[in-house]
Design a protein around this ligand. Structure first.
Ligand code: SF4
Length: 301
């Protein structure tokens, strides 16, 4: 079990005033961000890059992953004003790339997919140029729930496998590796124009071969972008860190991911699912604009 934090993990403390401003705005609209609740070390950097992650459907999860600090229990009443509040706050914060995630709601008939649909639609209606990335639960691999989210046309659909296949039952007991891969495949089957993304945490006891195998499995499932970061223990009640992975090793995985042909790879100790998300969306938008221009040029020729 890893003891002292290595030098490269000196925690970046977000500027209190920045958190305060955002917190006031969020509380005023009964909204939650993962950035705040996870006290994410990247908060200041992401906010300064005009990205943030909203957590919809309350902050009580019906599952209990061993790495996650979110409260576990009965899901909260779904707030019907939440979609418009997220869109309005996105506008107020001047965000260019917004990530919408949620706790898992195994208690809801639609697993919460309807609230994702309404939230994406509200943002797109109010802010057509804002990139919407969703980071969804596995919806128990229900195709109709995944379709509900895809029908709102998020630009990026993210679903994390979180760790390697062998460690799933320890790290996320109510989830399955194969099911998560299947969710990402179904998105591409339903709408190939949606970019898919997934992420894993390292330092939970996985081997390098297992990490490479996970990247191969994600590539085989048609995933476009991946994030690879260091697991940090939120409290003593959560899984211990087995190893602090050296930044050089993260660099190696980045290179392996690039060689495998992923459109985007973010790999580093501080990398999180939505970390530097705008770098991928800027790449996405540029590719899309280039494609539209070439199609436009082709049509006028
Ligand atoms: S399903 Fe998501 S929100 Fe729920 S405990 Fe697991 S990681 Fe946390």
């Amino acid at each position: 079990m890893a003891q002292r934090l290595p030098d490269w993990l000196t925690i970046r403390v977000p500027r209190p005033d920045m958190i305060q401003n955002v917190e006031q705005m969020m509380r005023g609209k009964n909204l939650h961000t993962v950035c705040e609740s996870a006290r994410c070390p990247n908060l200041a950097e992401c906010f300064s890059k005009k990205t943030a992650t909203f957590m919809i459907l309350g902050n009580t999860c019906t599952r209990s992953c061993g790495f996650c600090a979110i409260k576990v229990g009965r899901g909260e009443t779904v707030d019907v004003d939440e979609p418009d509040n997220v869109a309005e706050t996105t506008e107020k914060l001047g965000l260019k790339h917004v990530v919408v995630t949620s706790v898992t709601r195994d208690d809801l008939p639609d697993e919460g997919s309807g609230q994702f649909f309404d939230t994406i639609t509200s943002i797109h209606k109010r802010l057509p140029n804002v990139i919407v990335e969703v980071l969804t639960p596995d919806f128990k691999e229900k195709r109709d729930c995944i379709k509900t989210v895809c029908d709102a046309h998020p630009e990026i659909y993210n679903h994390n496998v979180e760790t390697v296949s062998r460690l799933q039952t320890i790290v996320r007991p109510q989830a399955k590796y194969s099911r998560s891969l299947r969710v990402l495949e179904i998105v591409k089957e339903l709408d190939p124009s949606i970019y898919t993304k997934s992420g894993i945490m390292l330092g939970l006891g996985e081997t390098q071969d297992e990490v490479v195998q996970t990247l191969k499995d994600l590539k085989a499932s048609g995933v476009d972008a991946i994030t690879i970061g260091q697991y940090l223990r939120p409290t003593m009640k959560h899984l211990p860190v087995v190893e602090y992975i050296n930044p050089k090793v993260f660099k190696e995985y980045e290179q392996i991911g690039d060689e495998m042909g992923f459109a985007f790879v973010a790999s580093g100790p501080f990398v999180r699912s939505s970390y530097n998300a705008i770098a991928f969306s800027e790449k996405v938008m540029k590719e899309r604009l280039d494609r539209m221009e070439s199609e436009g040029a082709g049509a006028s020729a």
